[in-house]
Design a protein around this ligand. Structure first.
Ligand code: F0G
Length: 461
């Protein structure tokens, strides 16, 4: 036998506590998915074996974070943990002012309300569901300025999160800088498949926006994961630390909204961070209306402590290498078996190309929603639709928005599952793929007005 020359990646932690999961039969799962209206969001977690619905709030905290929970200072005002969080944000991200919020969308709500006026246009490198909705509720219109490669699941370009500078420049020319309150830049673009943007591109965006006096607001939900790809793929960054790359990204932007439930390894928490004092003042004032006092923003002291510690852990080299490594491991397995997935594999999940897997199901019959339900039926693995259901309807015409990407997201929680779990997931995807010819689509029988993917119900056609 020839032993491999390179050692494989491995988790930089050991397991101290376990949480049993329930194994179910196909009959159990058939009943559960029917009751859930074929929407994986409506399943009870007790009926799920491996939960890849989201990487949001599902991470395992470290022993240090749990110890930090015991240090919660539950004072209404001026909690010690708030000051620790403020120091951690300043040190690792560099933004001047901090307003904690209970999660990311609350920060999006504040910044949209403060900066967007009716009729404004907000360019972004692809949309995120809650981000775009808050922009629209504030009277703005989202405009996609991501490069075309991002909409092609098979294009191997390494920085598919990049902004198309021509699209951005045309938009500024068309509407005028006055109508553009900020450019919304996400790192590790979720809806594109967890695709990174490069520092070179961000610097160019910075240059262009600065010329027109337009600020950049950074959706920094998965900034450390983006930094990892920069380290691995962008020329000149191989020897730069993840922590330094994260700072360099943040320093090129004027403020940020953060869902700390992802990168920052907590089960709940987020913030708005901003360098402009006037915007900060307004946010600090508004947060008391919607979230709570500006030194807790809807969080307990212990939550802020866990977040302060999680931010520091999130930029550690070993952590981020294993985190993204596990996602790549699952992705590579599916690629080796010729199962259509979004390429390159992104940072937080593997995205199945439902359009290609189920070519005979039209988008009106929700191929990705169908595939997610089939995967659950096969093995109890819970995934999420990221296609026409998630894209919603055009607010003006009321028609479905038909996105080019019709995907099922297998989202990997941080530090929760093992390599053997990844093997089970891959085997189940392969099984469903083999039987794909037998799969029929769905019809929507209940549709909520906002963010319909969360609560919509379906029936088999
Ligand atoms: N921005 C991005 C890029 C996100 O992925 C999310 C949440 C948010 C903002 C909103 O943050 O959930 O804390 O209010 N994404 C989760 C997901 C829900 O499953 O992708 P939140």
């Amino acid at each position: 036998m020839n032993p491999p020359k390179r050692r494989s990646w491995a988790e930089p932690y050991k397991i101290k506590m376990v949480e049993p999961v329930k194994m179910t039969t196909r009959e159990d799962r058939q009943k559960a998915i029917e009751e859930a209206g074929y929407n994986t969001f409506l399943l009870r977690s007790d009926d799920v074996y491996i939960d890849l619905l989201t990487d949001s709030g599902t991470s395992a905290m470290s022993d240090r974070q749990w110890a930090g929970m015991m240090l919660g200072d539950e004072a209404y005002a001026g909690s010690r943990n708030y000051y620790h969080l403020e120091a951690s944000v300043k040190k690792h991200y560099g933004y001047k002012y901090l307003v904690p919020t209970h999660q990311g969308r609350a920060a999006e709500h504040l910044i949209s309300k403060i900066m967007i006026k009716k009729g404004d246009v907000v360019p972004g490198n692809m949309y995120f569901t809650t981000t775009r909705l808050h922009q629209e509720l504030a009277g703005g219109t989202f405009a996609d300025v991501i490069i075309d490669e991002a909409h092609d699941p098979e294009d191997e370009y390494p920085f598919k999160g990049n902004v198309d500078l021509n699209k951005l420049e045309d938009l500024i020319k068309k509407h005028g800088a006055d109508r553009i309150p900020y450019v919304s830049i996400a790192t590790s673009v979720n809806m594109a498949g967890g695709q990174p943007l490069s520092l070179e591109n961000l610097r160019q965006v910075r240059e262009l926006t600065q010329k027109h006096g337009i600020p950049i607001i950074h959706d920094m939900t998965r900034v450390a994961e983006n930094a990892y790809f920069i380290k691995m793929k962008e020329p000149g960054y191989g020897d730069t630390s993840i922590a330094d790359i994260v700072r360099e990204i943040c320093d090129l932007t004027d403020g940020a909204t953060m869902s700390a439930k992802k990168d920052a390894l907590v089960n709940i928490g987020g913030f708005l961070a901003i360098n402009d004092y006037e915007v900060f003042e307004e946010a600090r004032n508004l947060v008391v209306v919607y979230e709570g006092l500006h030194t807790y923003g809807g969080l307990a002291g212990r939550d802020m402590e866990a977040m302060a510690l999680g931010i520091a852990e999130s930029v550690q080299e070993d952590h981020i290498r294993a985190r993204v490594g596990q996602v790549q491991y699952l992705g590579d397995k599916l690629i080796n078996w010729d199962i259509p997935v979004v390429r390159p594999i992104g940072s937080h999940g593997v995205f199945l190309n439902a359009r290609k897997i189920l070519p005979d199901i039209p988008q009106d019959a929700f191929p990705a929603q169908t595939l997610a339900a089939e995967l659950y039926l096969d093995s109890g693995v819970r995934s999420m639709e990221r296609g026409v259901v998630s894209a919603g309807r055009n607010p003006e015409t009321g028609d479905h928005i038909y996105p080019k990407l019709e995907l099922v997201r297998l989202t990997i929680p941080r530090r929760v599952y093992t390599q053997a779990h990844m093997d089970v997931v891959a085997e189940s995807v392969a099984e469903v793929y083999e039987n794909r010819k037998k799969i029929r689509g769905l019809k929507m029988v209940y549709e909520p007005k906002y963010l319909r993917f969360f609560q919509a119900r379906f029936e088999p056609l």
